[in-house]
Design a protein around this ligand. Structure first.
Ligand code: ADP
Ligand code: MG
Length: 469
């Protein structure tokens, strides 16, 4: 087993790998200047065609590690499914699809299709009839398609299991084994996971061939994250969060609570103070969850309040701060939580609130991190800057998406070429199957919405509304 520490691995250049010049140029364009530790550890063997078991924490760049491999196995001129990627949830499947599409831009016309439950089968059947190179989906729905014969795997050369630990948690062991048995024997299998529970080796033993195992140590390069602890009474806790936010004014914050009820209470407190905060917990409908994630990632919501379970697999590039509203009783979870700030060489801020009866958990965290906590007083927290914490952008929801052939460029065109706004006033554009989200500067949001409502995108009139809390 190769174990690589993210701290002392030297910067590894993608150009060391057998990738096409077009792919290397595309990586540059995406801002992938050097490999992350797990990419450097897995890609050389993966690109030689070996089966891989790779373990590294969330946010370490696992998707690109398998995406580059499956793309190098792919023949775009052969119009048949050559890769199958299994993911635990629809949301993760969507994220993986997006990342594969970004990386596939180096080649013309690579078709990626997402097949997940909770979406009518009929549309998926039609999509499959048009052909696809890469299928990304959840095990249950992929099984459905295999049983119906709507998904053919004879031409397949790469099987990927993403977030394998989580798929096991969700009880997909048997489905995964069944799917793997229906794949051609001559193939490469890649298994990616954030943790390495016992079940993984058992799963791999069922259908992987002499896998190379690579792990990147879970311990975060602690130096980049400034951690501060504040002792609070339970009655002060939620108010203390808003004191922290008004003092540090982080551009984006992920606040962890131990329970759903605490998430709801905190969001209510923050919203009452005029802050833009949204909650993420298990019971949201998929559509609501999508909206919350889009609004947080496109900088039109400052604070995302989540439980650990809901935040799992969340892909957010850079977070200014993590606030631990409650101390987690599991020290490993603490490391995962704070590892979401201070990524990719940026500095991070982890703010922790602890009451007297959480001191036992604080002790366990100190032990795991091998250092003492730095304590501060709530009294040090004074509001800085002006007024409540407001995000720079606001999200507009446009009815209509990929199924109506709307592309990000169409929306950008309508806003810049047609309506005369500048590119700088427009933020991220997310096109889903049936809806599109575009972030725009806060000052122009209402105006843009009403002008778009009166105007057209791609020659069609559209319904647009401003997403406010
Ligand atoms: P994981 O699957 O390990 O949780 P992801 O694959 O979702 O992590 O990657 C996390 C983030 O890192 C994504 O926003 C991705 O675009 C970015 N990323 C991946 N590889 C690189 C790289 N080599 N350089 C810079 N950013 C990268
Ligand atoms: Mg991932």
């Amino acid at each position: 087993m190769t174990t690589v520490s993210p701290i002392d691995s030297p910067a590894a250049d993608f150009s060391q790998l057998p990738l096409t010049p077009a792919m290397l140029a595309n990586l540059q364009q995406l801002g992938y200047l050097s490999m992350t530790a797990i990419q450097a550890a897995s890609l050389p063997a993966a690109l030689l065609g070996k089966d891989i078991i790779a373990q590294a924490k969330t946010g370490s760049g696992k998707t690109a590690a398998f995406a580059l491999t499956l793309l190098s196995n792919l023949n775009p001129r052969r119009f048949a499914v050559q890769t199958l990627v299994l993911c635990p949830t629809r949301e993760l499947a969507d994220q993986v699809t997006t990342e594969i599409r970004r990386l596939a831009r180096a080649e013309d016309n690579i078709k990626v299709v997402t097949l997940c439950g909770g979406v009518p089968l009929r549309g998926q059947l039609a999509t499959l009839e048009h052909g696809a190179h890469i299928v990304v989906g959840t095990p249950g729905r992929i099984m459905d398609h295999l049983e119906r014969g709507s998904l053919q795997l004879e031409a397949m050369n790469t099987l990927v299991l993403d977030e394998a630990d989580r798929m096991l948690d969700m009880g997909f062991f048997d489905d995964i084994v069944k799917v793997a048995r229906q794949c051609p024997k001559e193939r490469q299998t890649l298994l990616f996971s954030a943790t390495y529970p016992e079940g993984i080796a058992k799963l791999a033993a069922q259908f992987m061939r002499e896998p190379v195992t690579v792990t990147v140590e879970a311990q975060h390069a602690g130096g980049q994250i400034e951690q501060r602890w504040y002792q609070v009474k339970d009655s002060e806790r939620l108010h203390a969060v808003s004191q922290l936010l008004l003092h540090f004014r982080p551009a984006s914050t992920l606040a962890f609570c131990n329970t759903k009820a605490q998430c709801r209470d905190l969001v209510a407190v923050l919203q009452a103070q005029g802050m833009s905060a949204l909650a993420l917990f298990g019971e949201l409908e998929q559509r609501e969850r999508d909206q919350v994630l889009v609004r947080f990632a496109n900088k039109s919501c400052s604070v995302l309040v989540a439980t650990d379970v809901a935040a799992r697999g969340l892909d957010i590039a850079s977070l200014a701060a993590v606030i631990n509203v409650d101390v987690t009783p599991d020290a490993e979870v603490h490391i995962h939580r704070i590892g979401r700030t201070g990524r990719a060489g940026e500095s991070g801020l982890a703010l922790n609130l602890a009451s007297m009866n959480e001191m036992g958990s604080v002790g366990k965290i100190e032990q795991l991190q091998g250092r003492e906590s730095e304590w501060h007083e709530l009294a040090e927290l004074v509001p800085t800057g002006k007024g409540p914490l407001m995000p720079a952008m606001v999200t507009l929801h446009i009815q209509g998406g990929r199924k109506e052939k709307i592309r990000p460029g169409d929306v950008l065109g309508a806003l810049t070429a047609d309506l005369g706004y500048t590119r700088e006033q427009i933020g991220k554009i997310n096109v889903n199957d049936w809806s599109t989200y575009v972030a725009v500067d806060r000052d122009i949001a209402e105006q843009v919405a009403s002008r778009l409502n009166d105007g057209r995108i791609k020659g069609k009139s559209v319904k647009v509304r401003v997403l406010e809390d």
